[in-house]
Design a protein. Structure first.
Length: 174
């Protein structure tokens, strides 16, 4: 698939089939993530691959809303970054996250970014702290997100080129 078609068809999916993601597809996603650009090539990102149903269920309650879908995914990748290594950890973890999502889409999988950084659960606890506790992530790591991944169990239409917000582009000056 050409890159624009990949982008056009990559949408957020919140419903997944119960079918597990094959080991070779998980390996391809790992390779893609590890080739993500990083400021000063610090590679401060860390990735936690989760397939255990009980852990996925626990992660699905890590914030007040928007994480429920994780319990229905056969796979999640938590993206964290060591805040002591480089000042571009949020940007680098974000780039790695979209690379993961694009590779998943290229493999015929759906995914959804579940934001953790800056979010809270129903009791006011930090989503990042909840995820750190569930997965044993040290305190120095910022937890950016949980990416739910699996075989799509819903239909989403591709973006329509003629409906894109071209007015967001400016020539020479704002």
């Amino acid at each position: 698939m050409d890159f624009l078609e990949l982008l056009r068809n990559r949408r957020s999916y919140r419903k997944f089939k119960e079918q597990p993601v094959e080991a070779e597809k998980i390996e391809a996603i790992k390779k893609a993530a590890l080739m993500s650009p990083a400021g000063k090539r610090c590679n401060e990102w860390e990735f936690i691959v989760v397939e255990d149903k009980a852990t996925l269920q626990a992660l699905s309650t890590s914030k007040e809303s928007g994480a429920e879908l994780v319990s229905g995914a056969p796979l999640a990748i938590v993206v964290a970054a060591d805040t002591t290594i480089c000042d571009t950890c949020v940007e680098d973890a974000s780039i790695a996250s979209i690379i993961i999502q694009l590779e998943a889409a290229d493999l015929g999988l759906g995914s959804c970014w579940v934001q953790c950084k800056g979010r809270k659960d129903k009791d006011g606890n930090s989503c990042e702290d909840n995820v750190r506790r569930i997965l044993g992530i040290p305190e120095k790591y910022m937890v950016l997100n949980i990416i739910a991944i699996g075989y799509k169990d819903q239909d989403r239409k591709p973006y329509e080129y003629d409906k894109l917000a071209y007015d967001k582009f400016h020539n020479e000056k704002f």
